[in-house]
Design a binder for this molecule. Structure first.
Ligand code: GLN
Length: 540
């Protein structure tokens, strides 16, 4: 049986549970163990797919088409293990399954209750779809003490009771603040958080203390004493200079060593930290910078385009240049401000998006980048905006638009009627919004002699999708005659996947989300190529 590591958080949110879990997973994997990471989210949405990025940050899409929490993105980027649908669950999903079963009469007249029915379902999730993994790391969203997370904490308590301490380990991540006024590190919030956890039946085995400063031995002893955890299992995590340093920092603090020794295991081979050291060095020492503009609706929220920001940074690392993201809020962008706003940028990126707000600003900015030969990358909605711009200004279809935004437009972009998934035809809909988009990995065939084929160095690619609308394939010849070519198509030739401009140094739109597959240790070719083009636009 696999060993299960449960990660909870205390005191405050946003301490980096995801990053800690991902770093631990990397360290265990690199020492020869098979690892899986999963996330349990206490909110009532069935999945984050219908949530605004303002509320919850980016929606991360997996190969198998699940719309999941952005922490799964961290996991993938750090471990290079592809997540699956079965790696993320929410309270909403659990209740929805239970209520469906109850309506079918599946509980044989019993009263359906949080304990045991909800907790049993959570335990099923924890063990589902696990084969020969050595470790399963389960992160519990939220903070201990929240009403919503209680059933999850109760479920992991029961799980540990049923499977024994030799198969389960509890890690609790807390905050250890430094008070400037008294020049002191405070352990009390950690003590309270652990007290809270113990009151609901869980004694942590390892405490990770997030702190701005290194925690002196005396303070660690205090945490060990009050929280009933051996001193060597009080692990500190001091703010790192770049997230790529996190696996190195946890290794230095011996987190992986303590986990292995808890389970009475030895490392099968040495942890390989070299790639992280290399990219940390590049990240910290690169001085040259280029500005890349991102025009989107959610630019003010740090996590709304998490994978995209990361992928651009990866592209910078592979070109040894720092990418400075110039975030421009599309709602506020007036067409007459474009020249001023894009004055110092070497590349323009329009990311995925939904709905009408801010679209005219995006379209004007694309026109500007097209005419001034500024490298342009349009992702999903960004590609759709690019083709609308071209239709209006080059094909002279003044009413060109997307039916998502205006039902009376000339539909250059429209609802996908149907698509082929593994040989099965799926019908598009805009009625029921949850989980009904064209989601997950789909193939695209690349055209000979196209820019995109040179970038991918392949005839065929598989990328992750998340869209309901699609470029109108009937207009293909019209566009191509005017210099915009459809350089990537679905294998049945029905759905345009990639567009590019002939007379432009770098102008590409993709219907998929390449950012989900970029990794710091293997940057995505599309982002590397985009940043390379931006670098030469800038003359650097
Ligand atoms: N709203 C567009 C669609 O559904 C684009 C989606 C996206 O950018 N992810 O097709």
């Amino acid at each position: 049986m696999a060993r299960y590591i449960f990660v909870t958080g205390g005191v405050v949110s946003s301490l980096g549970k995801g990053l800690s879990s991902a770093s631990l997973a990397y360290l265990l994997k690199s020492q020869g163990y098979k690892v899986r990471i999963r996330k349990m989210d206490p909110y009532l949405n069935v999945d984050p797919g219908t949530m605004s990025p303002f509320q919850h940050g980016e929606v991360f899409v997996t190969d198998d088409g699940a719309e999941t929490d952005l922490d799964l993105g961290h996991y993938e980027r750090f471990t290079n293990i592809s997540s699956k649908k079965s790696d993320n669950i929410t309270t909403g999903r659990i209740y929805s399954d239970i209520i469906k079963k109850e309506r079918r009469g599946g509980y044989l007249g019993k009263t359906v209750q949080v304990i045991p029915h909800i907790t049993d379902r959570i335990k099923e999730f924890i063990k589902k779809d696990i084969s020969n993994e050595d470790f399963v790391i389960c992160e519990i969203g939220g903070t201990v003490g929240d009403i919503e997370s209680l059933p999850f904490v109760e479920a992991i308590r029961q799980f540990s009771n049923e499977h024994g301490k030799s198969k389960t380990l509890f890690i609790h991540l807390t905050f250890v603040p430094f008070l400037k006024s008294s020049d002191e590190i405070k352990t009390k919030p950690t003590q309270h958080s652990v007290k809270e956890l113990r009151s609901i039946g869980i004694q942590p085995d390892i405490i990770i203390c997030r702190s701005q400063k290194s925690i002196p031995l005396d303070q660690r002893k205090k945490i060990s004493l009050f929280c009933n955890v051996p001193i060597q299992n009080v692990i500190e995590t001091v703010d790192v200079r770049t997230i790529y340093e996190a696996p190195i920092s946890f290794f230095n603090q011996k987190l992986d060593k303590q986990v292995l020794s808890y389970f009475k295991l030895k490392s099968k081979k040495r942890a390989n930290l070299l790639p992280w050291k290399k990219i940390t060095k590049i990240t910290l020492n690169t001085k040259k910078t280029i500005n890349i503009a991102i025009i989107g609706k959610y630019v003010n929220l740090k996590d709304a385009y998490k994978s995209l920001d990361e992928a651009l940074t990866h592209g910078g690392i592979s070109n040894k240049i720092k990418v400075n993201l110039v975030r421009i809020e599309s709602d506020k962008l007036k067409p007459n401000q474009i020249t001023e706003k894009l004055k110092n940028v070497s590349g323009l990126l329009i990311p995925g998006g939904f709905g009408k707000r801010g679209t005219e600003g995006k379209i004007s900015a694309i026109k500007y980048a097209r005419e001034r030969k500024i490298p342009f990358l349009g992702i999903c909605f960004g590609m759709q905006m690019a083709i609308i711009e071209y239709a209006r200004n080059k094909l002279k279809i003044k009413k060109a638009g997307s039916t998502e935004l205006d039902i009376n437009c000339y539909p250059v972009v429209g609802l996908i009627n149907e698509w082929n998934k593994d040989g099965k035809i799926i019908k598009g809909t805009d009625k029921d919004l949850g989980g009904t988009m064209r989601l997950g990995l789909y193939e695209a065939k690349l055209r000979n002699n196209s820019a995109i084929k040179k970038i991918y160095k392949s005839n065929s690619i598989k990328e992750r999708h998340r869209h309901r609308y699609e470029v109108n394939n009937n207009l293909k010849n019209q566009f191509e005659r005017k210099g915009l070519i459809f350089s990537g198509m679905s294998p049945d030739n029905n759905l345009p996947e990639i567009i590019e401009l002939k007379n432009h140094p770098w102008f590409i739109g993709v219907q998929f989300h390449p950012e989900f597959k970029s990794r710091p240790l293997s940057p995505h070719p599309l982002f590397s190529s985009f940043i390379k083009a931006a670098k030469s636009f800038n003359g650097k």
